[in-house]
Structure formats: C-alpha cells, structure tokens
Design a protein around this ligand. Structure first.
Ligand code: SF4
Length: 237
C-alpha cells in the first residue's frame, strides 16, 4: 500500500490550546483579548495558505530495518529499535502544510509584523502535528477492513531526530518513501523543506508494545518527556 493523502483545511485546523502551548502559554492560563484576536488572525491566514497533504506507504520489517539503521548513527538502544520487531504492521509517512505557509511566516517577519509571524509559526507547528495525528488515525482505521488487527491495537508515530533515532535516518526514509511526490525535499542538514512537515514511521501493534520505560540514557536529557502523554492517551483509548 502506498497512497497520497489529502486533507481539508478544517480537518487540520489546530486546537487553540495547542497554538497557545507553542507560544509558551500553559493550558488554563487567562488569555488577553488581543492575543485571542491574534490567534484568530493566524488561524484564518493558515486556513488560506495551507495545502495539507501526506504520503503513506506500508513497509516490511526487513525493509524498515534498513531505513531505521540509516547512516549507522542511532543510539545503541532506542524505543523504535525495541518496538518495531513486535509490530503487526509498519508504514512510512510524511505530511506537509505546503510551501506557502513558510513563505507567509517569513513575509510577516520581514514586514516587522512579529506578533502575527510568531503566532502563525505556532499555529503551523500545531497544524503539522495534527496532520501527523490524522495520518496515524487513518492508518489505524485501515486495519479493521483487512481483519489484521482489533481494538487492542495501537498506532503511534516515531520520527528521526527523536528518542535516539538519529536525524540522518531521514535519508533512507526519503529513499524508500519519496516524499518529493508531495513537494517535500530534504536539505543537507536533514531538515525538511517545507519546514512545517513531519515524517517518520507508524508502528501498529498490541498497545502495550509502545509502553516503554524512560530508561534510555538519552531520556535524562529530554525536556519534554513527550512519550508519557502519548502512551497514556493510547492506553486509555
Ligand atoms: S523521555 Fe524523552 S527521550 Fe525518553 S523515550 Fe520519552 S520522549 Fe523519548
């Protein structure tokens, strides 16, 4: 299976709380009216310029092993390395909001409209995350149809550059997936162009395989501990 996915602007509109969180405003904090209005403007602008799309391709475990090994720069033990062998299904994915979003952000900064530029940047980051979540959901929904997995199955995404999977892994991922087909290219630094893009692997399998401990050496240097919330949400489903 390999398919190009399209999304409506409404589907990818991020929650305001996620936008404010990217601005460093914690959930539940009182938001001044002018900041609310700025968020409205950023979301409206994002809806006008975003062209969200994605690409998804199932991958066998032997092929994924090659992708994951990448340039040989991963940490010796990682969550992905520990999990993928126990998966039922794997798929590579990439999603993007399209090039106009980045251009619009740059334009706002050049025009000295820093507040709107920063809010648009936060909104676009939240929308890119939401887009990746949508692909996760679509991949999970594809399974009941082919009878491969049931309600105890959980799908989570993992990306190069996080949790010990070196960002140089992007090279092999691009060689297998060809996200150029939806307008994403890879810079020498392994960052994607457009910047508001997300790539990685979707791992589907018994929910408990994702429930890793924070016992990896690099977890000590992790500011976000983002795995905890994702695992909690998955196990609660
Ligand atoms: S604590 Fe941080 S580095 Fe460790 S697994 Fe969780 S998200 Fe990854």
């Amino acid at each position: 299976m390999s398919e190009i996915l399209t999304f409506s602007a409404d589907e990818t509109k991020p929650d305001r709380a996620a936008v404010f969180e990217n601005q460093g405003i914690p959930a539940g904090a009182g938001i001044p009216q002018d900041v609310e209005a700025l968020c409205d403007a950023a979301l409206r602008l994002l809806g006008e310029v975003a062209t969200p799309r994605g690409i998804l391709a199932q991958v066998s475990k032997p092929d994924f092993e090659v992708v994951y090994d990448g340039e040989g720069r991963n940490e010796p033990r990682t969550p992905v390395g520990d999990i993928f062998g126990r998966a039922d299904e794997l798929a590579l994915f990439a999603v993007t909001l399209g090039e106009r979003v980045g251009q619009e952000i740059t334009q706002r900064f050049h025009a000295n409209d820093l507040a709107l530029g920063a809010m648009l940047d936060s909104a676009a980051s939240a929308a890119a995350d939401k887009l990746a979540e949508l692909v996760e959901t679509r991949f999970g929904e594809a399974f009941p149809a082919n009878g491969r997995v049931g309600t105890s199955t959980g799908v989570l995404r993992y990306s190069p550059g996080y949790c010990g999977w070196d960002i140089s892994g992007q090279r092999k991922l691009f060689e297998f997936l060809h996200p150029e087909r939806i307008g994403i290219s890879l810079r020498e630094s392994f960052l994607m162009e457009p910047l508001k893009s997300v790539s990685g692997v979707l791992i589907a399998g018994p929910k408990e395989i994702h429930d890793v401990e924070m016992s990896y050496p690099f977890c000590d240097r992790c500011d976000t501990r983002g795995c905890r919330e994702r695992i909690r949400a998955l196990l609660a489903e």
